[in-house]
Design a protein around this ligand. Structure first.
Ligand SMILES: N[C@@H](CCC(=O)N[C@@H](CS)C(=O)NCC(=O)O)C(=O)O
Length: 288
């Protein structure tokens, strides 16, 4: 229960105590001038290894593993805690100021793409991979891809925010979003009980989008909520999470633009396939 009554007009309380109070703003647009770096490859990715960022680095690594050399990419680190997403160059690529953001420089005119789902579809269509072309299979894949786009905000912005980040624990909010997240896990569990992957028999961009969020949730790796949500009960989700985690491209993709955790798992920037062997933070720090 709360004694808060909303005023007639909302005003911006900068010191609201929330975990992201220093970067959250009620206005869009850049806060400062800053050009983005541009490397030598056809694709320039500006990102961070959050679940939304990992979807795209996994896709690039999967495409490269399939032999699509045209999918070579430079991955630049965007520190959202420091406000890099509000630099003028970044806002030019993503007016929504969120990672991941991509410039496709493979053609005559550079193309900007923002929203991880749009980036996955763009790359899948460009390389003819991980998105079935047959109508029913394509529809199933896209349905699960867009399911993720609509569902994860309830997990992150709803459950995660009120369970882990809000300055006070509000039972109503935590109950409401825990119920929704458990329902989502059950949706996935039932689907993965009837098909190996979300789109069907094949691994697709739908799995790449859902796994970084719901696979991490299933292993208790986000919000410290594994026990609270009893994630071990979702057996098909567990099976699918483990299978995807074994893919070498997924293991590489998870390291790109990672700035937390084991130093050997952090590859802040990726400009070459050899960077995984030579430029992880443990090696860079040992050399300096
Ligand atoms: N729907 C977007 C979500 C992107 C998103 O929320 N990115 C977060 C990190 S996971 C971000 O950049 N937050 C920075 C901010 O909100 O200022 C997508 O799928 O690309």
């Amino acid at each position: 229960m709360t004694d808060y009554t909303p005023p007639a007009i909302w005003t911006w309380n900068k010191e609201n105590g929330g975990r992201f109070a220093s970067i959250n703003r009620p206005i869009a647009g850049p806060t400062h001038d800053k050009d983005l770096p541009v490397g030598k490859h056809p694709f320039q990715l500006y990102s961070l290894a959050t679940p939304n960022g990992v979807k795209v680095t996994v896709m690039f690594e999967e495409l490269l593993a399939l032999g699509h050399t045209g999918a070579e990419y430079d991955a630049w680190l965007i520190s959202i805690g420091k406000g890099d997403q509000f630099g003028s160059g970044f806002v030019g690529v993503n007016p929504n100021s969120k990672i991941p953001a991509l410039m496709d420089r493979s053609g005559k005119t550079p193309i900007r793409i923002f929203e991880s789902g749009a980036i996955l579809v763009h790359l899948a269509e460009k390389f003819g991979a991980f998105l079935p072309t047959e109508a029913a299979a394509r529809a199933e894949c896209l349905s699960w891809l867009f399911w993720q786009m609509g569902s994860a905000p309830y997990l992150g912005g709803g459950f995660g925010h009120f369970y882990a980040y809000a300055p006070t624990k509000i039972e109503y909010a935590i109950d409401r979003f825990a119920m929704e997240v458990k329902r989502q896990l059950d949706v996935l569990d039932r689907r993965l009980g009837e098909a190996e992957y979300l789109g069907g028999a094949e691994y697709t961009i739908a799995d790449m989008a859902v796994w970084p969020w719901y696979g991490a949730l299933a292993k208790g790796l986000v919000y410290g909520a594994g026990e609270f949500l009893q994630v071990q009960d979702y057996k098909n989700v567990q099976r699918w999470t483990d299978a995807i985690a074994l893919r070498p491209a997924v293991q590489r993709g998870r390291m790109v633009n990672r700035a937390t955790g084991e130093l050997s798992s952090q590859l802040h920037e990726r400009h070459d396939a050899s960077d995984f062997d030579t430029k992880t933070q443990d090696k860079l720090e040992a050399a300096s």
